[in-house]
Ligand binder design. Structure first.
Ligand code: ADP
Length: 281
């Protein structure tokens, strides 16, 4: 391409949005193409997203639109094909300190041969604590998720919801700046899910400054939990819009779900996911 043509195409490309002042993480022009024998899959196409320090941000979109891919790229677990990801101004090229990624299949992320307390204490390695101090700290994180009486159990002796709470306690023990969660409650029953959502909000409220990025395809979950919701379109996905829920906190499992603002967001997001976006707007 000639220099003049290059300059022209540069000029046609819209300038990337400036990063928000309170941004913890900034993604610009992030694309992801998976290669394979069956051909290439363009999973993400030019994602621009700021994650604000201390916010609860949810990424929502239809199944297969690239939500997990985006979260894994943000966590430094999967490389982007192009674009940039920075955490506190530093490029993310590998899993950075300060970010903990909670896998969807919590039963695979816990060590079955370690006790619950020892699973949590594992996150405290390298923090200059002796064995006794680690066990004590682990116990305090177990208390935070209501499992103080289960430290000597093994993960497989607990229900799915309890195992996920252990995984959350272990994630928190690492004292991350950001907790990244991929469909964390998809494997638990409906009532446990509501309880887990309330627990997560409680923990988040107690740990001032903790940023949470959560991926879900559940509209109610997104509206109930979030400060902001990034809505992704179908593949190759971009962030179609970012909405501020503006719902008061603390949230209540019943009252929040009856709030007219909640109901309006829920309806609009469902329209988005059904591909009828902007019908009511
Ligand atoms: P979501 O989380 O929204 O369901 P994913 O990020 O899991 O979407 O996947 C987005 C697209 O990328 C899908 O078409 C999926 O099949 C494809 N994909 C995801 N991971 C891989 C991979 N490791 N190799 C090849 N294709 C992949």
């Amino acid at each position: 391409m000639s220099e003049a043509a290059a300059t022209l195409s540069e000029a046609r490309r819209p300038a990337p949005p400036p990063a928000a002042n309170d941004a913890l993480m900034v993604l610009r022009g992030v694309t992801k193409t998976y290669g394979g024998r069956g051909g290439e899959v363009v999973a993400l196409s030019s994602i621009d997203l700021d994650v604000r320090r201390g916010e609860f941000l949810t990424i929502i979109g239809p199944s297969g639109c690239g939500k997990s891919t985006l979260l894994q790229i943000a966590a430094g677990l999967v490389p982007a094909t192009s674009g940039s990801i920075t955490l506190e101004g530093r490029p993310v090229t590998a899993p950075p300190r300060g970010i903990v990624y909670l896998f969807q299949q919590y039963n695979k992320s816990l060590f079955p041969w370690r006790s619950v307390r020892s699973n949590v204490a594992f996150a405290l390695a390298g923090k200059g604590l002796d064995r006794h101090q680690r066990a004590k700290r682990a116990q305090s994180f177990l208390a935070l998720v209501g499992l103080e009486a289960f430290g000597n159990h093994y993960p497989w002796q607990l229900s799915g919801g309890m195992q996920q709470r252990v995984a959350i306690a272990r994630a928190l023990a690492a004292e991350p700046a950001a907790l990244l969660m991929d469909e964390p409650f998809s494997a638990v029953d409906a009532l446990t899910r509501v309880e887990m959502q309330a627990l997560l909000l409680d923990i988040w409220r107690q740990r001032a400054g903790l940023t949470i990025i959560l991926v879900t395809h559940d509209v109610e979950e997104a509206v109930y939990l979030s400060d902001r919701i990034a809505v992704m379109g179908r593949r190759p996905a971009t962030v179609e819009r970012v909405l501020e829920t503006g719902l008061p906190r603390p949230r209540d499992p019943v009252a929040t779900r009856e709030d007219p603002v909640f109901l309006r967001h829920r309806g609009e997001l469902l329209d988005d996911l059904l591909g009828r976006g902007l019908v009511r707007r």
